[in-house]
Write a protein that binds this ligand. Structure first.
Ligand code: ADP
Ligand code: MG
Length: 229
């Protein structure tokens, strides 16, 4: 099948089975999903429905038991571990519920890290990180460590870290799950602005209020995707 260049995520018939001893748990049951450049999609579903499993597969952190997955034209299931690491580093920005910031590093150092991993020069990484943090309203918090920042500020650092390398795709797993409603609204506003600037964004959430703020919602229930409720 010919690849559509505007299709960032092209996943078809994904099945994921976890093996616990002799027990098999089918967590994704024939999931197909397409995400196009510039999309802002929310995948909404209750706890245990398979959201994080799907996110991990779409983010090349895990592989499906079977199915096909093409990310930005690359066949993920045939990629080597090195190629997968490169895809993760260059094409995807991740945002997690628990922020996953390194506690001993400052905000600035946390945001510089993905660039340093890629071999970007320190000065260049510093400038880029400073710029992103400033855009996100943290210009006065560059040298604070995560525990010196509020939850909303920590999540903004995590967003800055996710976007600092200009990835093709932003994947966020319950990005508002640890935020109060004001910070949650701020985070969604930031995602909307990033989307208006051309970022492709997929948010996975159980929060109906988050989902209500975007046009494209798909629903996940017991490992199956639905276009409608
Ligand atoms: P959600 O993010 O929607 O809460 P998950 O994808 O985390 O859902 O989990 C879906 C189901 O898969 C749950 O029943 C969970 O217990 C199970 N599960 C998740 N990860 C694993 C794993 N590594 N091994 C076995 N079972 C798992
Ligand atoms: Mg989850």
């Amino acid at each position: 099948m010919k690849h559509n260049v505007n299709c960032v995520i092209d996943a078809n018939n994904l099945i994921k089975i976890y093996q616990n001893g002799s027990e098999e748990l089918k967590v994704l049951d024939d999931v197909s999903i397409q995400v196009y450049r510039g999309d802002f999609m929310v995948i909404l579903g209750p706890s245990g429905s398979g959201k994080s499993t799907l996110m991990n597969i779409l983010g090349c952190l895990d592989l499906p038991t079977s199915g096909q997955y093409t990310l930005d034209g690359l066949n993920v299931l045939e990629a080597s571990d090195n190629e997968l690491a490169e895809i993760r580093n260059k094409k995807i920005g991740f945002i997690f519920q628990k922020f996953n910031l390194l506690p001993r590093l400052t905000a600035l150092q946390n945001v510089m890290l993905p660039l340093l991993y890629r071999g970007v020069k320190e000065e260049e990484a510093l400038e880029a990180a400073k710029e992103k943090l400033t855009i996100l309203g943290l210009g006065a918090r560059l040298f604070h460590r995560p525990n010196e920042l509020s939850g909303g500020q920590q999540q903004r650092v995590a967003i800055a870290r996710a976007i600092v390398g200009n990835p093709q795709l932003l994947l966020a797993d319950e990005p508002t799950g640890n935020l109060d409603s004001k910070s949650s609204e701020d985070a969604i506003r930031i995602f909307k602005e990033l989307n208006q600037q051309g970022n492709t964004i997929v948010i996975i959430t159980h929060d109906v209020e988050v989902a209500q703020q975007v046009k494209k919602i798909v629903y996940i229930r017991d490992g199956k995707l639905y276009e409608n409720h």
